[in-house]
Every structure is written in C-alpha cells, then in structure tokens.
Design a protein around this ligand. Sequence first.
Ligand code: M6R
Length: 359
Amino acid sequence: SKGPYAHYMLKEVDEQPSVMRRISKNYIREDGSINVDPEMLKEINKADRLYIVAAGTSYHAGLVGKNIFETLADVPVDVELGSEFGYHMPKLSQHPFFIFLSQSGETADSRQVLVKINEMNLPSLTMTNVANSTLSRESNYTMELLAGPEIAVASTKSYTSQIAVEAVLAKALGELKGVQAAKDLDLKEQLAIAANGIQTIVDEKDYIKQLSADYLDGQDHAFYIGRGIDYALSLEAALKLKEISYIHAEGFAAGELKHGTIALIEKGTPVFAYINDGVGASHTRGNIQEVEARGAHVLVIANEKYAKPGDQIIIPEIDEMISPIVSVVPAQLFSYYASLARGNDVDKPRNLAKSVTVE
Ligand code: M6R
C-alpha cells in the first residue's frame, strides 16, 4: 500500500536509502567480500566482452554500468537497446556474455534478444526485481535487485538498485581478476554513503518542489546536460521528466550543445547541468556560461568536490562511478513535482504501461 503517501512514486523515491542498505547487506559480507554465485563469476570471467541489453530506464542504468564494469573488472562493455539489438545484431566478440537488465523481467524487446542468444548457446545473466520472471527463468543466472515491488510506471528505485547491483558484480569480477581498482573500492562504505546522500536529498523536498516550480512552471522544453557519467545520467533525468510531466526534455552530452542543440536555447529555457564527473567538470562549467549567455535559466547539480557558490543542489561526496545513484534523485523529484503541478496522473502517465510485454 501507499501508506501515508499520495503516490507510489514518492514512496518509491523515499525507499531508496533502505534499498541501498538491503543490497549492501545481502551482497556484501561483514569482511567486505562479495557474496555472489561463484559458478556465475567463473562463467563471466571467460568473457572477452559484456553485452548489457535493456530498455528505457534500465538501458540508462546499463550506460552507467558500462563505466563501472570497465573500471572495476577491466572488461569491455557494449550497452544495447533490446529493440535494436535483436534485429540488427552486430558482429559479436568471440566470447560474449550477456547481462539483461529489467525491473519487471518481462520486457518483450529484451526477451526477443534472449531467445536468440539462447539459440546460439551464449551465456547470460538477468538482473531483475522479479525473481521468477520470464527473463530470469530463461537466462542462465539471476541477480535480484532487491528493490521491493515498484508500482509507479516511472522507474526510480529500480534504476538506483540496478547501478548498485552492477557495482556488486563488477567488484566481484574485478577481484577475481586481480584488478586493483576493484580491490581498492570499499563498496560497503560507498553504498552507505549513497544511502545517506539520498536521504539528505529526500529530506529537502520543500526546497526541490520550489526549484521545480521556479524552473519548470509554464515551460514546454527542458534540457539536462553533463559529461561522462553525467551524460548517462542526463538521459535518465530527461526521460523521467518526459514520461510523467509531459514536458519535452532532452539529455545531452554537454560538449554536443554547440553542434546543434544550442540553437534551441532562448531566454528562460531551463537547463539542468550535472557536475559530478571530475574530468568533465570545468568543461561543463564552460558550457553553462555558453547557454547562460543565450538566456538559459540554469540549475546546477554538483558534487560537493566540484561545487561553486550559487550552485542550487549539492551532492554529498561519493565515488564518481556510482554517483548517479544519488544525483538522479533530484531529477526524480523535479519530475514528480512538475507532474503534480500539471495535474497529471503521476503513477499512471498517459499511453504507458508498467511493463511492456509487446515488441
Ligand atoms: O521492466 P524493465 O526494466 O525491463 O522496463 C524497461 C522500460 O520499459 C522502463 O524502464 C521504462 O522506461 C520506465 N517507464 C521508465 O521509467
């Protein structure tokens, strides 16, 4: 039930700190070692490339995961949309391993890929919130997201749990391979930092609601920009806004603005800029100046490490790789309040179903 909440979405946003703690408790032992199926790890360790297949928000979690696996497990990763990949399959590597990301475990676009790779006898794992789902049953291995039932159509806690579970697997694989970055990462500590960081943001709802009104009331278009990890995050932030507020939103690699999109910036256009990626931080600051010079109404969401006076939202310090777990939360709340302000059905937006079981 929704309990005291007006909408499932808000309840599910608020549950994210406890979901992080649950993932930590279930997958990381007291001594910091990772508790995952050793057989599965051995199988993944044979792979020369991982293929992450997903749709929508899960695809965006896959884009964040690519960087995590490449850094911690030193393995190349491709992230693919199920709806594209199944019918336009690229030349695969010699020893591919497939990871299906799906909250519901029922997404038909991803399943048709699984059917094909099963015919090819290729190994796979499903990361899902629904243990006995179709994708879970039809792949070789399953890792549960442990997010608890997600009822609102807009995915929130399943996105953050997917990133956390990807980090769990990447660390385990990296340690097996002896990768230093995996040994160095204290994931138990990082997930605790993530839980506290989310809590700090959800405790500021009145402020975020006010920002949402200041930036989005009466607007038909909005942009999210960022670089690196913040680019992947911008795609998810924009999707959240589109699907429940019906505001046209785009996520862009900040450096791409000048290659076309900046033509859309007018006086008052809302631009949400993410600065959690250290390498890209100063360049994104430059892009902020460029859009401000053209009249954009810029809101900055910056990591404590890179924050400057005047930034509207500060994200507590966290390992950059998994920082979207925290920095997505303001975007989830902006879209919630914008949807509410427009009188939309927040939990059941028009034209959408929770689980898309047709191709
Ligand atoms: O159940 P899945 O994770 O496979 O669903 C994939 C997408 O349909 C889903 O993430 C969709 O994009 C959500 N409505 C986003 O909030």
